[in-house]
Design a protein around this ligand. Structure first.
Ligand code: CMC
Length: 393
């Protein structure tokens, strides 16, 4: 093992070269294909950003219309897949349902190569469109309500909200402010270079497995509370603080206790050692959305007070622990009526274009086509004498 360097948690290992996303954690910079995240979140639609990540250039009007038409064309899922929803236990976590259903897409839809832009757009549109339908259907099934099918006249985000909240007895009115916020959140989540789930997609895909299964593995990785599952865990933590009569001291003490595994969810990041630029935009969007919806959520006040305490506490300051992308996003989703256990599903919908872009770059890019196969530093026994079973004690 002499030449193998141990890098536990891959703190400092470049696993691939990539042209998709640039991230400078010291300065808090995040660019997709060279475009700053602030500008993209302000000026683009999620579909436009998905195109940018996939193809490498912002689409022209015609290219965008074409991609949108593909998204509409692939919006339904095969009716036979709908029966699957009936057989999950009532409390099945939506992330488990999502990864299962995405993997199952492989049984219903053809595997294609993506070595032309058009083929890649078809693969991506199929996945990006169907994941939205699967997410909304899984929510409707969990509520025991009739499914609402996609509509061709609505935007990507508007369609999702309509499928989630429209009821035959009470039609949903798509609110432009809510659509704009979902759009922004999905853009902010669309890619983040070699995070745990994206690296998983690349690693699984590097074995040559199909795109649906690779993405399904990424969804499973995202589910973890240290990764995308943090947006759900944040709300659960804020609710617990609320129920404890805002006893911040108790939670701060637990988080600092080295013998207690508890962490303040929504703080800290492997790469950012300053503000996460996405968190700054989300905090602003949180204030705006709650105001637009006329929602007064005590959890927002708790979150702000907690952030204040953390930013003035030596333990957190010395470790560069700032609010991350998951800290305020859950409060927005809550205000929109999206249930807590669907938050990470929202993250998955946003991250999908990033995962597909990395899968494609890894599969068809010029220098990344090898199977991922890390080594290890072996610390076990050297050669031992075999002991027959009757001599063992
Ligand atoms: N609360 C309390 N202490 C913390 C926290 C936290 N949230 N995060 C890190 N620390 C401490 C940690 O105990 C360690 O202390 P010491 O140096 O005394 O041992 C130090 O800070 C460095 O932490 P680390 O675990 O070595 O850092 P990491 O880069 O391996 O972990 C992280 C990054 C995001 C997993 C971690 O900060 C964390 O667990 N945060 C809470 C979970 C969370 O919010 N996850 C979402 C991340 S952003 C979106 C995404 O990836 O999906």
């Amino acid at each position: 093992t002499g030449y193998i360097t141990l890098d536990s948690g891959y703190m400092n290992t470049g696993s691939c070269s990539s042209e998709i996303t640039f991230l400078d954690g010291e300065q808090g910079i995040l660019n997709y294909r060279g475009y700053g995240i602030n500008e993209l979140a302000e000026k683009c639609s999620f579909v436009e950003v998905a195109y940018l990540l996939l193809i490498g250039e912002l689409p022209t009007r015609e290219q965008l219309d074409h991609f949108r038409a593909l998204l509409s064309r692939f919006a339904l899922i095969h009716e036979d897949m709908i029966h699957f929803f009936d057989h999950f236990p009532p409390n099945a976590p939506p992330m488990a349902i999502l990864s299962t259903m995405v993997n199952t897409l492989h049984n219903f839809y053809p595997e294609m190569s993506s070595d032309s832009d058009e083929e890649l757009l078809i693969i991506a549109a199929r996945l990006i469109s169907k994941i939205r339908t699967i997410a909304a259907f899984s929510y409707k099934k969990s509520e025991g309500h009739p499914l609402i099918y996609p509509r061709y006249d609505l935007s990507y985000c508007g369609n999702f909200l309509n499928m989630m909240f429209d009821k035959p007895v009470k039609p949903y009115v798509v609110q432009p402010e809510v659509v704009a916020t979902v759009n922004k959140l999905l853009i902010l989540h669309a890619d983040h270079e070699q995070n745990c789930s994206t690296s998983t997609v690349r690693l699984v895909g590097s074995a040559g497995v199909n795109v649906y299964t690779s993405i399904s593995a990424g969804i499973s990785a995202l589910w973890g509370p240290l990764h995308g599952g943090a947006n759900q865990a944040v709300i659960e933590m804020l609710e617990a603080i609320h129920q404890d009569n805002n006893d911040f001291e108790k939670y701060i003490k637990k988080a600092k206790d080295r013998n207690d595994p508890f962490r303040l969810t929504g703080f800290g990041h492997r790469v950012y050692k300053t503000f996460d630029p996405r968190a700054t935009i989300i905090k602003q969007a949180c204030d705006q959305t709650l105001q637009a919806l006329n929602v007064d959520d005590p959890l927002l006040d708790i979150a702000k007070e907690l952030e204040d305490i953390v930013r003035n506490d030596d333990y957190f300051v010395s470790r560069n622990l700032y609010p991350n992308v998951d800290f305020y996003s859950g409060i927005i989703y809550r205000a929109m009526g999206i249930p807590t256990n669907m938050f990470t599903v929202m993250f998955a919908m946003g991250r999908l274009p990033g995962w597909i872009s990395h899968w494609s770059e890894m599969t068809y890019g010029s220098d990344n086509s090898r199977i991922g196969r890390p080594r290890q530093v072996y610390t076990g026994y050297k050669k031992r004498e075999f002991v027959p079973i009757h001599e063992r004690n």
